[in-house]
Design a protein. Structure first.
Length: 457
């Protein structure tokens, strides 16, 4: 029997820059379709705190993706399963139904996903179906080690090693899919999971790739200067597309490489700073591959698991609801409630406030973010929260404390971001908006809370 390859889509629902799909396509040649499987597991989504807005974004994307895939000769099957424990059985049945000799998929790095993939691989190989795992969501696969052979535990040396690897090996590329005869589009099953409107965000590969091009053409040059100013909204807002795999970091890095013959060196400051953010994303994914305790809700620095966090539900709810009396914190939390997204600098400020001012367990904040963010990524979210809590990599201990009022003055000097999201302060003068208690008292107002904690204390 001649070789016949299929692909298992996961967090990579795209047709371009997809090495698993490209490899299956190459095996099958131009004349044969590509059997493809996508498994949806609402139980796992609930266990992993998928935000309803993130699920809605994927659903809207699938509406276009099934037609794009069918036009390329991809025979897509979408199935709903009760548990990832059933994944091996479902994938085996799919492979046998299509008489596959090999199956390709792109790796996922958290522990549960690694276990699932090992179980699937074992079952398929028992039935003489070869399995090939690709690294389609990383520019640099998780192979970087120090000279002593250890994983990198700090970002700066990891970044240097990442750049050196790209310099030596180049940027990974996947061949474009050849023209095939079209097939019938897949039926999208009904999934019992809450949805929240994500229509403010584009979907479909063409639209998402256009958003990347526009950002790199018109905005990224100013990224270093403007990235910490939330009122400017000058970040890329591409993070939901990395997380769901609608866009590949390969595509972003390839576009940046066109800006400098010496890539990854030779970029202007704005582009290079943005590239560093993508390297942070890869750093946290590498750690997921190598440090299983992160997938168990444990701290990277094991001794910090002994920290006795406060379990104050009232303070936590004030934080969740944007009612802390610290305007920059409340603005960020209200933006999250309204948009399912928050400016990155403000994410750091609100995280620091929760763990360093309220002394509440970082895992509470980590979970709340995942339940509400359209771009909630387990690795990056975990890494960011542990950085803020001083329990993770690059951890400065107790003395890494953000002063929320000074941060507010620094990143939102005229108060325009605060006024947008904290309507009670829309008339507050810029000089007083970062600590408005005296102004509110002078106005005889009690519609905005006084600070729930004394930062100086």
């Amino acid at each position: 029997m001649s070789d016949y390859a299929g692909v298992w889509f996961r967090n990579d629902v795209r047709l371009t820059a997809n090495p698993a799909l490209s490899a299956a396509s190459a095996t099958n040649g131009q004349q044969r379709d590509i059997p493809a499987l996508l498994l949806l597991c609402p139980q796992q989504m609930a266990e992993h705190d998928w935000a309803p807005i993130k699920w809605d974004l994927l659903c809207r994307h699938l509406d276009s993706f099934v037609h794009d895939a069918a036009a390329k000769g991809i025979s897509l099957t979408i199935e709903v399963i009760d548990s990832w424990a059933n994944a091996a059985k479902n994938v085996k049945q799919f492979a046998q139904k299509h008489q596959l000799t090999e199956l390709h998929f792109n790796a996922e790095y958290p522990l549960h996903e690694q276990r699932r993939d090992r179980a699937v691989t074992a079952v398929l190989e028992e039935h003489d179906i070869a399995v090939e795992r690709h690294h389609g969501s990383l520019v640099v696969p998780p192979v970087l080690t120090t000279q002593a052979g250890n994983i990198y535990q700090k970002f700066t040396p990891f970044s240097r090693a990442w750049r050196e690897y790209v310099k030596q090996h180049g940027i990974p590329r996947a061949n474009a899919l050849p023209k095939r005869e079209g097939v019938t589009p897949a039926t999208i099953p009904v999934v019992d999971y809450p949805r929240r409107d994500s229509s403010a965000w584009a979907v479909g590969e063409k639209a998402v790739q256009q958003a990347l091009r526009e950002y790199l053409t018109t905005q990224v040059a100013d990224y270093a200067a403007e990235r910490d100013i939330p009122s400017l909204d000058s970040t890329s807002r591409l993070s939901p597309y990395w997380e769901l795999g609608l866009l590949s970091p390969w595509q972003a890095v390839s576009s940046m490489a066109e800006m400098s013959p010496e890539f990854p060196a030779g970029l202007n400051k704005g582009v290079d700073t943005w590239l560093n953010e993508l390297i942070w994303r890869e750093f946290y994914l590498h750690l997921m591959q190598h440090v299983p305790r992160l997938s168990y809700g444990k701290a990277f620095l094991q001794h910090t698991d002994a920290m006795q966090w406060h379990q104050d539900q009232t303070l936590f709810e004030a934080w969740c609801n944007g009612e802390t009396g610290y305007p920059i914190v409340d603005a960020g939390m209200r933006q999250l409630a309204s948009e399912g997204w928050m400016h990155n600098r403000v994410r750091m400020i609100v995280a620091h406030f929760l763990v360093k001012d309220l002394l509440i367990d970082w895992r509470w904040g980590e979970k709340f973010f995942m339940q509400n963010l359209i771009d909630g990524n387990f690795a990056a979210n975990n890494g960011g929260w542990q950085w803020s809590a001083s329990t993770g990599t690059d951890a400065a201990p107790y003395f890494r404390v953000f002063n929320p009022t000074l941060q507010s003055e620094k990143v939102d000097p005229d108060g325009s971001y605060i006024r947008k999201w904290v309507k009670q302060l829309k008339d507050c003068p810029a000089k007083q908006i970062h600590a408005p208690a005296a102004w509110l008292k002078q106005q005889g107002r009690d519609d905005y809370p006084t600070p729930i904690v004394d930062h100086k204390q």
